[in-house]
Design a protein around this ligand. Structure first.
Ligand code: ADP
Ligand code: F6P
Length: 325
């Protein structure tokens, strides 16, 4: 059997939206690779920083005191140029210029497309799921989700306090792009009266209005509606609901606070394990793979297969949310 070429230097970048726990993953990659005698180059600001050659050597001490920090110490960006064949070719040439034989990309689906392109051009790549949205099908877990839902849950509890005092209805919009995982988890954890998910919502506002009126008759002083970003329009929805029910209704859009803050234990743990695993398989010569957590363990998948997988909101969980509210 042909011996796998020994890898001497790898690169790492974070791409797309930042997520709490990305630093724990960077730290794990750096320390696992260094322990194997492999050098690590940090690429700042995602693919944009690759193209503008913002590349630094990463030593052990560069990742000291970072595991507890939110955001990403490497910075992140969205880079239109990397969608083009010329941009990708330039990225390959820059990798070669800096001796980067393999690259670890922490990000979401879009970032894996970039990794796939580099892999096609001969630079080995491994993706790590880093997004608060939990919308990557090949993995049960994505870095940042746990911190984001805990941040949102605490904020929603606070809005509930003031909603009850004023006997108002509150629509609270959470992030998640086109996926409803953050909304579903917060909806259940916060005991919301209505949960609007892009995967399920039928745009029948009359049902919500009836629910609010019935709950008020039963003596409920608040009515919390968790609305997913993928549905959006919370402010206009609040105006319509107030007009139809006569109950004061306010919209709160939680926004970017959900992406910040110190990562939870779960985010630090899985980020560390997946980071180390990614460094291992990259150094072992694997390419065009995405790391995921399945049944509590690390696995890796071909990027194309991973991108073609689908996952859906569990029907049972959705039903539970409805019954318990
Ligand atoms: P995420 O990784 O969170 O899904 P994006 O979809 O914004 O975030 O992708 C992050 C970056 O990955 C993009 O700005 C671009 O640089 C790169 N990228 C996305 N799609 C592609 C593609 N089809 N080909 C090459 N690079 C891509
Ligand atoms: O993917 C993470 C996420 O925060 C989504 O929930 C949201 O739709 C998007 O990023 C916002 O991206 P941007 O930082 O470009 O506004």
């Amino acid at each position: 059997m042909a011996k796998t070429k020994e890898i001497k230097t790898i690169g790492i970048l974070t791409s797309g939206g930042d997520a709490p726990g990305m630093n724990a993953a960077i730290r794990a990659v750096v320390r696992k690779a260094l322990a194997k005698g492999v050098k690590v180059k940090g690429i700042k600001k995602g693919y944009q920083g690759l193209l503008s050659e913002e590349i630094i050597d990463l030593e052990r001490y560069h990742v000291s005191d970072t595991i507890q920090r939110g955001g990403t110490i490497l910075g992140t960006a969205r880079c239109l140029e990397f969608h083009t064949e010329e941009g990708q070719q330039k990225g390959v040439e820059i990798c070669r210029k800096y001796g980067i034989e393999g690259l670890i990309v922490i990000g979401g689906d879009g970032s894996y497309r970039g990794a796939q392109a580099l892999s096609r051009h001969g630079i080995n790549t491994i993706g790590i799921p880093g997004t608060i949205d939990l919308d990557i099908a090949c993995t049960d877990y994505t870095i940042g989700f746990d911190t984001a839902v805990n941040t949102a849950m605490q904020a929603i509890d606070k809005v509930r306090d003031t909603s009850s005092s004023h006997e108002r209805c509150s629509i609270i919009e959470v992030m998640g792009r086109n996926a409803g995982y953050i909304a579903l988890w917060c909806g259940i954890a916060n005991g919301a009266e209505d949960i609007l998910l892009p995967e399920k919502y039928d745009y029948n506002e009359q049902n919500i209005i009836n629910n609010i009126i019935n709950n008020r008759k039963r003596g409920k002083t608040h009515h919390i509606i968790i609305n997913a970003e993928g549905i959006g329009h919370s402010t206009s929805m609040a105006r319509r609901i107030e007009a139809a029910t006569g109950i004061e209704t306010r919209a709160t859009i939680l926004g970017y606070m959900q992406r910040g803050g110190s990562p939870t234990c779960k985010d630090r743990y899985y980020a560390s394990v997946m980071g180390a695993y990614a460094a291992d398989i990259l150094c072992a010569g694997k390419t065009n793979r995405v790391v995921g957590i399945r049944h509590g363990e690390c696995q890796d998948f071909d990027i194309e297969e991973a991108l073609n997988m689908t996952k859906s909101i569990p029907e049972y969980d959705y039903e539970v949310a409805r019954i318990l509210s």
